[in-house]
Design a protein around this ligand. Structure first.
Ligand SMILES: Cc1cc2nc3c(=O)[nH]c(=O)nc-3n(C[C@H](O)[C@H](O)[C@H](O)COP(=O)(O)OP(=O)(O)OC[C@H]3O[C@@H](n4cnc5c(N)ncnc54)[C@H](O)[C@@H]3O)c2cc1C
Length: 557
């Protein structure tokens, strides 16, 4: 009998399963990220990134799992029935926010003078994304709010010290009692999200009208993410003119500003982040910028959140590729290590190539942001961010799925980060201007702002002569731009071509030669964009090796 119990208890041994990819330094283990920091002048940030990378690969990775499992909870009232509109987060969420803000995610480019400061901050955002993309939402919005708030110097002088302090304070108290502040953004209404001019929320002056003055807002917002932020940039109409307001969660007399949370959305991904529906019942807010200049003011914030979507989706893809490579390197099938089998190598190398091309153009925009005093760089940011946002965020949905499939069944379950990466991927494409809106915006910019068209052309032409396949594709793409009668209908087709040319140009000009060669042959030399269809003769093993995470004793502990 005892023998039988023993036999039942020991049905099998677990073997041929890799160790989880954890307890490592996410910066030290990422040769691709280090390469692009070197290219774009940000190696001075290595010690900071080593420190943050260690946290990301250790405690923040675990915090990310906790924050996505124990999702935010909405408490409309306290136990005595007073309206409190509170959202409670798991401590792990606060830990993620605290670590990222302390490292410089929200403020570094606005407070440091070093060349490459945007590139260094992009690396922080990329690494943070490996731990938890959800908390990246308020971090991004806080970072991106700065130029818009600076439009109104009197408001800026009171708010920016807290926004740029490098401190996180997740407590529920008025902004003027806190050292560190976070900022959200609420534009989308039920009747129109992309078309913000359809907003029905109205604002009337509390006292004197005018820029910097206090207004009272009446209306709703259909999406308001991170509703425990200290203030929100919002759009509302003053005498039918769309205007931008900074709306604090608390009024200056210490009472709660009437921003009523109706409910939190149940979402496909982005679980650690709360996204609320709100009603504004006379909520006070300061007019930021001139009356009627709402879109022009808030677009400065939106432009940077679009750029962060590029970084975020590049990070999703890099992490997905790393997980796929790590997993297959630790598993055998049919008697051989999976990651060395030709067909799997083809898929893995392709996933890695996509991640690198995406990171390359994201870092190219960061570099341009570092050089905004140069009008050509500023023009490139204005047009190329939309191209990158459109293409990278769309490719991430497919790429994270393929990576999950490389990991197999265990990649599909909630305990595996691959599952989360896949669920997370679509949101970057939907928010901050969905795909078609990016396409239409780009056409508008290229037709109206000749400096943008020139900057983009200069970027693409600079790589001419480096590869015959590139030259041919560039000519085809330029020919599309002159077919003006069908531009809108063909906008996605055009954007795809522009994106592939720009990725190729960036790799040809700044990347490792063998990576550029592989990308050009894979993406410009054939029509298939399906993963795992690389042409013959590509050094797939070297490409995969580049993204195989190194864990050594120095950095693992
Ligand atoms: C998780 C999550 C969090 C969010 N958080 C926030 C937030 O904090 N603050 C905020 O303001 N918003 C937020 N949003 C809203 C988001 O920004 C909007 O959903 C988005 O801008 C699209 O607006 P919409 O949903 O009204 O779609 P619509 O504007 O109805 O668009 C639907 C589709 O039509 C396409 N489309 C629109 N116009 C055209 C056209 N002329 N030609 C062709 N196609 C077109 C769009 O590209 C889109 O694919 C959030 C959304 C999500 C999913």
């Amino acid at each position: 009998m005892t023998e039988l119990t023993h036999a039942i208890a020991s049905t099998h041994q677990v073997f041929n399963q890799p160790l989880p990819l954890e307890n490592y330094n996410a910066f030290h283990g990422d040769r691709m990220l280090q390469y692009w920091l070197r290219v774009f002048d940000a190696t001075w940030a290595d010690p900071r990134l080593m420190d943050f990378g260690h946290q990301v690969g250790h405690e923040l990775l675990q915090a990310g799992f906790l924050a996505n499992k124990h999702i935010p909870e909405f408490l409309p009232h306290d136990r005595f029935g007073h309206r409190i509109d509170q959202v409670d987060y798991h401590p792990a969420y606060h830990q993620l926010m605290q670590a990222a803000i302390t490292a410089g995610h929200t403020h570094l480019p606005w407070t440091m003078q070093e060349p490459g400061k945007h590139v260094a901050r992009a690396a922080l955002a990329y690494l943070h994304n490996h731990a938890d993309p959800g908390s990246g939402c308020p971090l991004t919005m806080t970072f991106a709010s700065v130029p818009a708030i600076q439009t109104q110097p009197d408001v800026a002088s009171r708010w920016l010290p807290g926004i740029l302090s490098g401190h996180y304070d997740g407590s529920n108290k008025p902004w003027y009692e806190k050292v560190g502040l976070t900022i959200g953004m609420a534009m989308t209404e039920k009747q129109g999200g992309s078309d913000v001019r359809a907003n029905t929320t109205v604002a009337v002056p509390v006292g004197q009208p005018g820029a910097g003055q206090l207004y009272s807002l009446l209306g709703h917002k259909w999406f308001c993410s991170a509703p425990m932020c200290d203030g929100f940039l919002m759009l509302a109409k003053v005498e039918d003119q769309l205007s931008c307001f900074l709306v604090p969660r608390w009024r200056e007399d210490g009472s709660k500003n009437p921003i009523h949370i109706q409910r939190l959305k149940n979402k496909l991904g982005n679980r650690s982040n709360a996204s609320a529906e709100i009603e504004l019942r006379g909520a006070h807010g300061w007019l930021v910028g001139e009356q009627g200049r709402g879109v022009a003011t808030i677009i400065q914030m939106v432009a940077l959140t679009r750029y962060d979507c590029m970084i975020g989706s590049s990070a999703l893809m890099a992490q997905a590729a790393k997980e796929a490579i790590w997993h297959t390197a630790g598993r055998s099938a049919f008697g051989r290590p999976l990651h060395l089998q030709p067909l799997m190598l083809n898929v893995l190398a392709d996933l890695a190539l996509e991640a690198e091309a995406s990171l390359a153009i994201s870092m190219r925009i960061a570099h341009a942001l570092d050089n905004m005093q140069d009008a050509k760089q500023a023009a490139l940011v204005r047009c190329a961010t939309g191209i990158g946002k459109y293409w990278i965020c769309k490719r991430a949905v497919l790429q994270t799925f393929e990576a999950m499939e490389c990991v197999g069944g265990v990649g599909y379950v909630d305990e595996n980060v691959c599952n989360r990466l896949y669920r997370e991927a679509p949101v970057n494409s939907i928010w901050e201007g969905s795909g078609n809106v990016q396409c239409l915006d780009l056409l508008r910019v290229l037709s109206r702002e000749s400096d943008c068209l020139n900057a983009l052309m200069a970027e693409l032409e600079a790589a001419r002569g480096r590869h015959p396949l590139y030259d041919r594709r560039l000519d085809q793409t330029l020919a599309m731009l002159v077919q003006t009668e069908s531009l809108e209908y063909a906008a996605r087709h055009i954007l795809q071509h522009l994106a592939l040319c720009w990725q190729a140009a960036t790799l040809l000009l700044h990347g490792e030669g063998w990576i550029a060669e592989a990308f050009v042959r894979a993406r410009l030399g054939q029509s298939s964009l399906q993963f795992g269809c690389l042409p013959e003769g590509i050094n797939t093993q070297a490409i995969v090796e580049r993204l195989l995470v190194r864990i050594d004793n120095r950095t693992a502990g």
